[in-house]
Design a protein around this ligand. Structure first.
Ligand code: ADP
Ligand code: ASP
Ligand code: MG
Length: 419
C-alpha cells in the first residue's frame, strides 16, 4: 500500500478538538487507500513548560534527565491521537521512539538519527494497522537512554520516517498554510510560496524561519523527500501549501525569495586584541571548545590608541546565540587568565537581531547587497555586522529595528509580488 507521512505541530494538537480535527485529516488519507505514519509534537506550550520545570529543579541539569522529561509531551499526544483514530474506526497504534526503535546518537538534547529499522512497523502494517502514530522529537541512544533532537525536532522525525519508509510525501501540517516570503506574523504583505528550493528553505530555516527545523530540510534534500508545508486548520488537497523541492522543479525564481530574522542573537567585542598571526585561532579555539556557535565575525582596527601596547592592535567582534553568552564570556576570561589572549575589554551587546535575505538568484545577480543596505539606510537602521554567502546576506542590527528592517527589505525586493 502507498504510504504517507503526516506531521502535526504543537498548535495542531493543542487540545482534544484539534487532535480530532487532525485525526479527521489522517482518516481521509486512509480512506483514499494510504497507510499513514503520523508524527506528533507535544501540545503547544507543553515542551516549554517541561523545559521550565527542568531548569527550576536543576539549573545545571543532567542532560539525560532533561531528555527523559521534555520528550514526554509527545508521548501524550501520540497516545491521544491513536485513541482518537480508533474512535473513528481507523486501526491505529502509538509508538514511542524506543519502541520503533528510533536509534540516535547519544548527544542529548541535540541527538542525530543513526537508523530507523522498518521491521516493527512493517509487521504491524502487514497485520492490518493502517496508522502508526509516532512521538516526534525523541529517540533512543546506544546506551538505551531517551534522547531528543533539538527544539522543533518533530519536523526532522517526520522527514526521517518519510525517507526510511519511502513515503510518497511528507506533509508538515502547521498553523500557517505554507512557507511565506517572510514570517506572516511580522509582515502582513508576506506572500505564500507555491514552491521553494531545498537550498533556499535550508538557508531560511537556519537563519531563523522556524516553520521547518533546519535538519529536516537537510535530510529531505539528501534523501529527496517530497516535503510539503500546509495548514491543519483549512481544507487541503494535493495542491495545497508549499512544496519544498529541487531547483529543477522551480519554473522561475526571483533574485531574493525570502527574508528571515533571528531575535536571539548577541554580539561580543574583544577590544584591543594584539594583531598577530594566530590570534583568531587563539580566540575561536576556546569558543569552539566551550560549545559556542559563533556565527558572524568581523575584525577591525581598534578605536583605542596604541598606548600601552607594544605592537598593532585590533578589535574582534563576533555574534552567537544569546543563551551562549555566559559560556562565551567565561571561555574568553579563562583564555585571558591563562595568558593565551590579551584584551582590554569584553563588550557584550544582547540587544541585537539578525535579518537576512535569501535567494538562489543571488548567484547570478550583482547588487543585492547594495540594495539591501540602501533599504536599511532609508529607514535609518544602522548595520553592525555583515556576513554573506552565495545565496544569502545577513546583517546584525539593533533588535528594536528588527520588524522595521524585515518589512523594509520585503518592500525593497518587492516580495509581495509573484515573479
Ligand atoms: P509547529 O508547532 O507546527 O511546528 P512552528 O511554530 O514551529 O509550528 O512553525 C510555524 C511558524 O513559523 C508560523 O506560525 C510562523 O509564525 C513561523 N514562520 C517564520 N518564518 C516563516 C515563513 N517564512 N513562512 C511561514 N511561517 C514562518
Ligand atoms: N515539542 C518539541 C518542541 O517544542 C518538538 C517539536 O514540536 O517539533 O520543540
Ligand atoms: Mg515547529
Amino acid at each position: 500500500m502507498p504510504l504517507l507521512v503526516m506531521k502535526f505541530g504543537g498548535t495542531s494538537v493543542a487540545d482534544l478538538d484539534r487532535i480530532k480535527n487532525a485525526a479527521a485529516k489522517v482518516k481521509r488519507e486512509v480512506d483514499r487507500g494510504y497507510n499513514v505514519i503520523v508524527i506528533v509534537s507535544a501540545m503547544s506550550g507543553k515542551t516549554n513548560e517541561l523545559v521550565n520545570w527542568v531548569e527550576q529543579t536543576s539549573p545545571l541539569f543532567d542532560a539525560r534527565e532533561y531528555d527523559a522529561i521534555v520528550s514526554s509531551g509527545e508521548n501524550v499526544t501520540a497516545g491521544l491521537m491513536a485513541l482518537t483514530l480508533q474512535e473513528m474506526s481507523v486501526p491505529a497504534r502509538s509508538w514511542q521512539g524506543w519502541q520503533v526503535p528510533i536509534n540516535t546518537t547519544s548527544a542529548h538534547s541535540s541527538a542525530r538519527f543513526v537508523s530507523i529499522p522498518r521491521e516493527n512497523l512493517d509487521t504491524k502494517f502487514d497485520e492490518g494497522m493502517r496508522v502508526a502514530v509516532v512521538a516526534g522529537f525523541q529517540g533512543v541512544s546506544p546506551e538505551g537512554r531517551i534522547t531528543t533532537l533539538g527544539r522543533g525536532g518533530s519536523d526532522t522525525t517526520a522527514v526521517a520516517f518519510a525517507a526510511a519508509f519511502e513515503a510518497e510525501r511528507c506533509d508538515i501540517y502547521t498553523d500557517v498554510d505554507g512557507v511565506y516570503t517572510t514570517d506572516p506574523r511580522i509582515s502582513q504583505k508576506a506572500r505564500k510560496l507555491d514552491k521553494i528550493a531545498f537550498e533556499e528553505m535550508l538557508e531560511l530555516a537556519s537563519l531563523g524561519a522556524k516553520v521547518l527545523q533546519t535538519r529536516s530540510v537537510e535530510l529531505a534534500m539528501r534523501y529527496n523527500v517530497r516535503l510539503r508545508v500546509l495548514s491543519s486548520f483549512e481544507d487541503t488537497d494535493e495542491t495545497s501549501g508549499t512544496l519544498v523541492c529541487g531547483e529543477d522543479e522551480l519554473m522561475e525564481s526571483k533574485v531574493v525569495s525570502g527574508v528571515a530574522y533571528s531575535r536571539d542573537e548577541a554580539k561580543m567585542t574583544l577590544v584591543t586584541v594584539e594583531d598577530r598571526p594566530g590570534i583568531a585561532s587563539a580566540i575561536f579555539g576556546p569558543l569552539a571548545d566551550a560549545g559556542v556557535n559563533v556565527d558572524m565575525i568581523v575584525q577591525n582596527i581598534s578605536e583605542r590608541d596604541y598606548e600601552g601596547h607594544a605592537g598593532a592592535v585590533t578589535d574582534m567582534t563576533f555574534s552567537c546565540p544569546i543563551n551562549q553568552v555566559a559560556r562565551a564570556q567565561k571561555a574568553m576570561e579563562d583564555a585571558k587568565a591563562a595568558g593565551k589572549i590579551g584584551y582590554d575589554d569584553l563588550v557584550i551587546d544582547t540587544d541585537v537581531a539578525k535579518v537576512s535575505v535569501v535567494g538562489i538568484g543571488m548567484r547570478s545577480h550583482a547588487g543585492v547587497a547594495a540594495m539591501m543596505f540602501k533599504a536599511l539606510s532609508a529607514e535609518n537602521v544602522n548595520i553592525k555586522v555583515i556576513s554573506t554567502s552565495e545565496i544569502k546576506i545577513s546583517v546584525l542590527i539593533d533588535r528594536k529595528y528588527m520588524e522595521l528592517a524585515v518589512q523594509a527589505l520585503h518592500d525593497a525586493f518587492e516580495l509581495e509580488k509573484a515573479v
